[in-house]
Design a protein around this ligand. Structure first.
Ligand code: ADP
Ligand code: ZN
Length: 758
């Protein structure tokens, strides 16, 4: 009865009514206004969790407060009350609450879900802690007269508590004062002791990880390039402005040392820093470098227990940490006096999250740095086109380090043309590469072999001329769909029958896809039976610590050959690696992705950078069907500038990022026809939105992605392209606003702004 007609007294609006806007991480997402009851008036703050009634049945829900307000709102009369406040203090400060709403807006994700991403579940669940009740003697009752008024046992216990000089739990006091619970309860009810509840860790946390892995060298003098890079960064720090600096330094130029010195500068003024690295680079080696140089370091990684994660988060929030080192989620570290954000290997794909909110840590870091007025340093030997473009448009300052430390030469890169029959063998390793591996093993050097065979997409490539079958409209390689023998462009759905011979040279025997690391391992073992070999890819690296174990064995010289996927291409610094072999440089090139050339250049350059780091030098052998491809050519000469210039031309031609913006909507459902129908109607709404807003947006699709059926769900893509991210955002918002799919259809869609894996 009360549900429909609120009693009249609830309708009177007090002038100073306090309200809070609450959001939820499940539908309906809110925000909804609630009244803050008198007793919570000064308690509820943005960034806290509250429990509130929701819906007709007044279901108790946990929500996040994003705003509080004094004074009547439009519907103050019918407002419901907050039931309970769940946090004593906000879990994120006002600045982070603003960041949450920025992410929610930009990435089109409900605010509540963004909170759940920002605040780890271990923190929300208070992992590894429990509440304990402590007793302290009440001051007013601590005089002799009051004490003497007590019966003997209570007196003894009370005197003991005073003498202890610290709060004690009841059970502690029972043990020490040798009494039962009775006297303690009596003291409590008579008001002799005060009771306080405290939350404590249940397990002791290790303060640091094993420290002395790897090199322990002290760096005494910076190179000239490091000095001038540091001067520019320090100037940016001192300016008190939000500035983005792109540190483009070749592999082995000593970028990490520059970050460390810049952080020292920030720490000197009582401020703190975040350093993001790809998860894979979070080796003991990286940790050691930071832990040796700073007092309070928190290293975050994906294999922490919830208790550890919670513990580190609390340390960070209390201001006990100067430097947070971690993967993309470290961008949310709640440091109270953040003064600098660094992203190492900023081009790395792992900085983009592939679940909602599909944020890019670089973009979020930029937003956070802007709102705090602090510098952001992006470091890479192969900057992303986005960051490179930012230096051209004045959004970022470019700092270049051209030389390796000690002027060590860049390794020589030899290209092996796989089209030349003489060099080919039956397997994956060509004659020149086989010889190079043999030579290196004979010299007691170590070898890294890269085969980046990931994912599912099968390219259609001619083994004779190297031609790749591509889409005439999108310039993207077509994907071979086994069912029906079709070759499909997964951008625009252009479809042809898969050609049985090469359309370019008529060679009869066109090939689909190829080889994986597993097969390669078998071959390498057979070719070099006395060598000790380890394989590193996501299949062999599932267990916690396996990555570290393999790298330690490689460092110690126990292993001769390390082979694997792009995992082995990043950040490793082993002076005895004298040879790097790239099994198929084209594997990333013919992915149906406009970033394919960029990925290829990055991968080859990065893996090449793993050698030549010691006094014995190093060489690189790159196998390819397309040695003339600009990306491979540029990588073989370590020529980023040439690559970036060429690449920008081709991006401009099709208006691909960073010149334009791209967004993608993925529609998933259990029934193919229904899913496609939903995708079609979404497309219709996008077209209408585009028209209504009068904006230019290219709409492609709905097209099936390379795997049309994934985990039992059919998938369709709609791709949107425009010159401006804001235009795309507005179009999608308008089209999806109040777009609901009947539950029985079992179709969901996600919006991916600035997608990285196409
Ligand atoms: P990058 O990240 O640019 O590839 P690193 O920071 O890993 O390079 O540095 C490469 C190697 O050079 C590391 O072993 C590092 O300890 C060393 N190094 C860096 N700066 C100096 C220096 N000024 N003097 C001597 N060695 C240095
Ligand atoms: Zn196409």
């Amino acid at each position: 009865l009360f549900e429909t007609e609120p009693p009249p007294w609830e309708l009177t609006i007090a002038d100073d009514i306090a309200t809070a806007k609450i959001v939820f991480s499940e539908a309906p997402y809110g925000p909804y206004d609630y009244r803050i009851p008198e007793e919570y008036r000064d308690l509820v703050k943005p960034g806290m969790r509250v429990s509130v009634p929701l819906g007709h049945r007044r279901k108790k829900m946990i929500g996040w407060c994003i705003e509080t307000q004094l004074g009547p709102t439009k519907r103050s009369g019918k407002l419901r009350d907050i039931i309970e406040v769940l946090d004593e203090e906000p879990l994120c400060d006002a600045h982070l609450v603003r960041l949450v709403s920025w992410i929610s807006h930009y990435y089109q994700t409900p605010t509540g879900q963004v909170f759940d991403t920002l605040i780890p579940s271990s923190v929300r669940a208070n992992a590894g802690t429990r509440e304990r009740t402590y007793l302290t003697p009440c001051k007013q009752k601590s005089d002799d007269k009051s004490i003497e008024a007590l019966p003997a046992k209570q007196q003894a216990a009370f005197r003991f508590l005073i003498a202890a000089g610290r709060p004690m739990t009841a059970s502690e006091l029972m043990v020490h004062a040798e009494c039962t619970r009775g006297p303690i309860n009596a003291l409590q009810s008579k008001g002799y002791v005060e009771v306080a509840v405290r939350r404590e860790m249940t397990t002791a946390m290790p303060m640091r990880w094993q420290k002395d892995d790897g090199e322990n060298q002290q760096i005494h003098t910076l190179s000239n390039e490091q000095v001038s890079a540091l001067e520019k960064i320090d100037a940016a720090i001192d300016s008190g402005e939000a500035r983005t600096l792109l540190l483009h330094g070749v592999t082995g130029s000593g970028k990490t040392e520059v970050y460390i010195k810049a952080i020292e500068h920030v720490v000197r003024f009582g401020r703190s820093a975040i350093v993001m690295v790809p998860e894979i680079s979070l080796t003991p080696q990286t940790r050691g470098r930071f832990e040796r140089r700073f007092e309070g370091v928190a290293v975050l990684h994906s294999q922490m227990t919830p208790a550890e994660r919670h513990y580190q988060w609390q340390r960070i929030r209390r201001g006990e940490v100067q430097v947070v080192v971690g993967p993309r989620s470290a961008v949310f570290a709640p440091l109270p006096h953040l003064g600098l954000i660094v992203i190492d290997e900023e081009h790395d794909a792992s900085f983009k999250q592939d679940t909602q909110p599909r944020y890019h840590a670089r973009k979020v870091a930029h937003a956070r740095a802007m709102s705090l007025g602090i510098p952001l340093i992006l470091g890479s030997a192969t900057p992303s086109m986005e960051s490179w473009h930012a230096t051209a448009t004045g959004h970022a300052e470019l700092i270049t380090m051209k030389d390796r430390i000690y002027q060590r030469p860049m390794p020589n890169v030899e290209l092996v043309d796989l089209r030349i029959r003489d060099d080919r063998t039956r397997g994956a390793i060509s004659r020149p590469l086989h010889q190079a591996v043999q030579d290196t093993l004979n010299e007691n050097g170590q070898v890294i072999l890269l085969l980046n065979r990931r994912g599912f997409a099968t390219t259609i490539q001619c083994p004779s001329c190297g031609h790749v079958v591509s889409c005439p409209d999108c310039d993207m390689p077509l994907t071979h769909h086994r069912d029906g023998g079709k070759a499909v462009c997964h951008y625009c759905d252009y479809t042809i029958a898969t050609p049985p011979w090469c359309p370019a040279c008529r060679f009869d025997g066109i090939r689909y896809g190829g080889l994986g690391t597993q097969k390669l391992e078998v071959e390498v073992k057979a070719r070099f039976p006395s060598a000790k070999i380890a394989r590193m890819d996501s299949d062999t690296m599932r267990r916690p610590g396996s990555h570290q174990r393999v790298l330690a064995a490689f460092r110690s010289g126990e292993l001769n050959i390390l082979l694997g996927t792009q995992m082995i291409a990043k950040g490793l610094d082993f002076p005895n690696v004298l040879l790097v072999g790239v099994i198929n440089a084209d594997s990333a090139l013919h992915f149906p992705d406009f970033r394919a050339a960029e990925r290829t250049f990055q991968l080859v350059t990065q893996v090449a950078g793993r050698t030549g780091r010691g006094e014995r030098g190093g060489r690189v052998v790159v196998q390819t069907f397309t040695p003339e491809h600009p990306a491979i050519q540029a990588a073989s000469r370590h020529d980023y500038l040439q690559f970036a210039t060429d690449e920008m031309v081709s991006r401009r031609k099709f208006n691909y990022p960073p010149l334009g913006s791209v967004a993608r909507i993925i529609i998933r459902g259990t029934v193919e026809e229904v899913t496609e129908a939903v995708a079609d109607s979404l497309l219709g709404r996008l077209e209408a939105a585009r028209l209504a807003l009068g904006v230019e947006v290219r709409l492609l699709g709905p097209a099936p992605p390379p795997i049309t059926k994934l985990r039992g769900k059919y998938r369709f893509h709609i791709l949107l392209q425009a010159t401006d991210a804001a235009v795309l955002g507005a179009t999608i918002r308008r089209a999806t606003d109040s777009f609901t799919i009947p539950e029985k259809d079992d179709v969901q869609y996600v919006v991916d702004i600035d997608p990285m894996d196409m």
